[in-house]
Design a protein around this ligand. Structure first.
Ligand SMILES: Cc1cc2nc3c(=O)[nH]c(=O)nc-3n(C[C@H](O)[C@H](O)[C@H](O)COP(=O)(O)OP(=O)(O)OC[C@H]3O[C@@H](n4cnc5c(N)ncnc54)[C@H](O)[C@@H]3O)c2cc1C
Length: 509
């Protein structure tokens, strides 16, 4: 029986080609560092997306600190880095206040603020990493503009902003958040028509595939063994070596004391305990060539910011204007990456919920993207296809409470999970991967997680991300609650799909 048939939750074949895959890494694409699968390892990482890549990088940094050689194997089901990281919007857009009141009602103000400061810190973490390792990934620090198109959404966003500012004035000032109330001023600043309220704050964009593959190269130079086209089918306790795990693939098994699961949407494919906790959600994005009106030397000229287009509760598009290719901004391809188009497909759950078919287009998305720039950007004079080049889909890993799971699996000592980024991985992955890697390093060094390492983990990582027994065994699914029309308070503000699905389903009742 093929792996695909025996284990349906694996990436599909012949997936759509994203913009980011237009420059694949020829060395890593189908790489197997050794022809044979190693029989044992200190750590097995499952998945070679940004999460797996950052974990590999951090683990080898930790090993250097410990002055110890470690033996890490990375297993990837398909080509290297071919999942969400190779199909996303490339946008590191830390949420600065939207949803603050909802999160505070659920977790308290301090924790709600920690969620936001944690995301904000990611920008510097990316910049430091890219600078330190001299990584060619078109990293660009800019400002993101959230633009609300409905007065009521603008009013709600303002209340969130005021609430966080009143409670944590220094954090808000430190994050350099600026809001704009006047629609005319908003249009002048952003070049976007029809907005009612906007706020800008530091954000970034980069080529996620290039960052991930660069980190994997660095880790390979330090000893990482990468095995592509090697899907993990299951995991079991070793019957031979006490306290060790056997990671089963079609090419044989690896025995290891530590497994780090970085397979995001596909996690429950080999960890069935996560079937009710993380599930695949299909999304879509496209690349657009700037129109003559939005090119250098023209009026209004190049797009200045990255954006969140907030059309209504839950209906958000996101955009980055790339600044060229390579280490010199301004040279080379400047495609705009635009994602979302949710209003076109969210009413049909089968198109996105529990859907892993990124070999197929999302219905209506191409037409939506083609009409987008002319509709929203002042003076846009593109062609009849809205200058859209490529359209693709990708599979996001949604968690049942809409926040990532990070930590050791409660009933599986030595098995760690860092997954469920719920469509918002870029501002979360650097901090989450650093935290999980230190925990695993402690276990390698001392044979168990020391209290110091556990405390450092808990201090750095927002408490709602911890993979606690309570979250592990919870069967609450916020998306399903929304679909039933239950206005559960909490993290829903983060989930565009949840809100849209709730609206769509209720509208049909
Ligand atoms: C269309 C789209 C747009 C997005 N836009 C943004 C954005 O602009 N900003 C943002 O913050 N986030 C965005 N996201 C989300 C973001 O891409 C993810 O949060 C992030 O890439 C997750 O990285 P990851 O490494 O955890 O997962 P992935 O990149 O999906 O990597 C998981 C890897 O595990 C492998 N794998 C799966 N199962 C197995 C197995 N059994 N054995 C071995 N390997 C396995 C997969 O093949 C894959 O390579 C977007 C996602 C999509 C799809």
């Amino acid at each position: 029986m093929s792996a695909e048939k025996s284990n349906p939750l694996l990436p599909v074949k012949n997936r759509l080609e994203s913009f980011w895959l237009s420059e694949r890494d020829p060395v890593l694409q189908n790489a197997r560092t050794t022809a044979e699968l190693p029989r044992n390892a200190d750590v097995v990482i499952v998945g070679s997306g940004l999460t797996g890549a950052m974990i590999a990088y951090h683990l080898y940094s930790e090993a250097e600190k410990m002055g110890r050689r470690i033996n890490v194997v990375m297993l990837e089901a398909d080509e290297v880095c071919s999942g969400a990281t190779a199909r996303n919007g490339g946008h590191c857009k830390p949420i600065p206040f939207i949803g603050f009141r909802a999160e505070a009602a659920k977790h308290g103000q301090k924790v709600a603020n920690h969620l936001l400061t944690f995301e904000a810190a990611a920008l510097k973490q990316y910049a430091d990493l890219v600078q330190k390792e001299d990584i060619d990934c078109d990293m660009h620090v800019t400002r993101a503009f959230d633009v609300c198109f409905k007065p009521e959404d603008g009013a709600a966003a303002k209340k969130d902003y005021e609430a966080r500012k009143a409670a944590f004035p220094r954090d808000v000032a430190g994050q350099d958040i600026r809001s704009v109330d006047d629609p005319k001023e908003l249009e002048l600043l952003t070049g976007i028509k029809g907005g009612h309220f906007g706020a800008s704050y530091p954000a970034g964009h980069l080529w996620p595939y290039k960052l991930a593959t660069s980190l994997i190269h660095i880790a390979i130079n330090k000893g990482l063994n990468l095995q592509t086209h090697t899907p993990v089918l299951s995991m079991k306790k070793s019957e031979v070596y006490s306290g060790q795990w056997e990671v089963v693939t079609p090419r044989g098994s690896i025995t290891t004391s530590q497994v780090i699961v970085a397979s995001n949407a596909y996690t429950s494919g080999f960890l069935p305990e996560f079937k009710e906790l993380i599930f695949p959600v299909r999304g879509t994005a496209c690349s657009i060539t700037p129109a003559p009106s939005h090119s250098h030397g023209a009026h209004p000229g190049p797009i200045k910011y990255s954006y969140g287009f907030r059309h209504g509760a839950g209906d958000v598009d996101y955009m980055i204007p790339r600044q060229g290719r390579g280490r010199i901004p301004g040279l080379g391809d400047r495609s705009i990456i635009l994602g979302g188009a949710k209003s076109r497909f969210l009413g049909d759950l089968s198109q996105w919920y529990n859907n892993k078919q990124d070999d197929q287009y999302m219905p209506g998305a191409k037409e939506y993207f083609e009409g987008f720039m002319k509709k929203y950007f002042v003076g846009w004079n593109g062609n009849e296809h809205g200058n859209v080049d490529r359209v693709w889909s990708g599979i996001l890993g949604y968690s049942s409470d809409l926040l990532p799971y990070v930590g050791e699996v409660p009933d599986k000592p030595g098995v760690f999970v860092c997954a469920g980024f719920t469509g918002h991985g870029m501002p979360r992955i650097p901090g989450c991967t650093a935290a999980i890697s230190s925990l695993v390093a402690s276990r390698i060094k001392d044979g168990f997680i020391t209290s110091t390492a556990q405390k450092a983990f808990e201090d750095s990582l927002p408490q709602p991300y911890w993979l606690t027994q309570e979250r592990y065994t919870s069967r609450v699914n916020l998306i399903q609650n929304m679909m039933k029309g239950d206005k559960t308070k909490g993290a829903l503000q983060n989930s565009d799909e949840a809100v849209m699905a709730g609206k769509a389903v209720r509208a049909k009742l």
